[in-house]
Design a binder for this molecule. Structure first.
Ligand SMILES: [Zn+2]
Length: 238
């Protein structure tokens, strides 16, 4: 349904990444409380994915490294609006979603029958959230490090991701200086962590889209606080 990962994940895995034609920001009724997707957002997502999303659950993303493990329908329901930046599941027909606008959405799949979807900004990446998700999938769902597949969705790339000098400490290998300024390669930081875990390059696929360069996507760096959010969705099918 979404061509970005069509050649990479098998047909039993549904993936979808929205673009700037629909804003999937969670609306807030006050600055502290986020609400689930609106009916309009849900209907649009259903049109775009053909997945029944009446019971779609959203996380409240906080740029940390908490990952929820979902192995029962009850756990899925209870995950609603919990503070977490990723989740894994071995359930079929249970859609995982994260929202991004420059941060990296990371899609994980293993043939043992499990998936994971992670929101990785620089803070989560520094906390190795994707590595932690892979570890959890191995320990809890018998995923295999030699087989697990990892997809990187659209995110801000180093061309546009200017950062402060302190990032040299955070990411010594992936903070590069050009035109007299420091830039972070967020995708490389996540890829390098996976390679360090023992994954091979062939297990990792990057759609190679910079959200800041490509105006078909929302970008916090380009648009500022008014930027909308893309939604990424992943689901195991029967
Ligand atoms: Zn760019």
């Amino acid at each position: 349904m979404n061509p970005l990962f069509k050649q990479f994940f098998p047909p039993t895995v549904v993936t979808f990444i929205s673009d700037s034609t629909m804003d999937y920001t969670l609306k807030m009724d006050n600055p502290r409380q986020e609400l689930p997707l609106t009916l309009e957002q849900k209907e649009r997502l259903f049109q775009q994915t053909d997945i029944p999303i009446q019971k779609l659950v959203n996380l409240v993303q906080v740029h940390q490294d908490r990952i929820l493990s979902i192995s029962s329908p009850q756990q899925y329901t209870q995950a609603s609006l919990q503070e977490a930046d990723g989740w894994i599941t071995n359930l079929k027909n249970v859609p995982l979603v994260v929202r991004t606008a420059d941060c990296l959405p990371v899609f994980l799949f293993d043939e043992a029958g499990c998936i994971g979807l992670i929101h990785a900004g620089w803070r989560g990446t520094k906390l190795k959230i994707v590595t932690q998700a892979v570890d959890m999938m191995v320990r809890q769902f018998h995923a295999d490090l030699a087989r697990i597949q990892v997809g990187f969705g659209p995110a801000i790339h180093q061309c546009c991701y200017e950062v402060g000098e302190e990032f040299v400490q955070h990411f010594p290998q992936e903070t590069v200086k050009f035109n007299g300024r420091y830039h972070l390669d967020l995708v490389a930081a996540n890829r390098n962590q996976l390679l360090q875990l023992g994954l091979k390059q062939t297990q990792i696929f990057d759609v190679d889209i910079c959200t800041c360069c490509d105006h078909n996507y929302f970008s916090y760096r380009r648009e500022g606080p008014k930027a909308g959010r893309m939604i990424s969705l992943m689901m195991l099918k029967n």
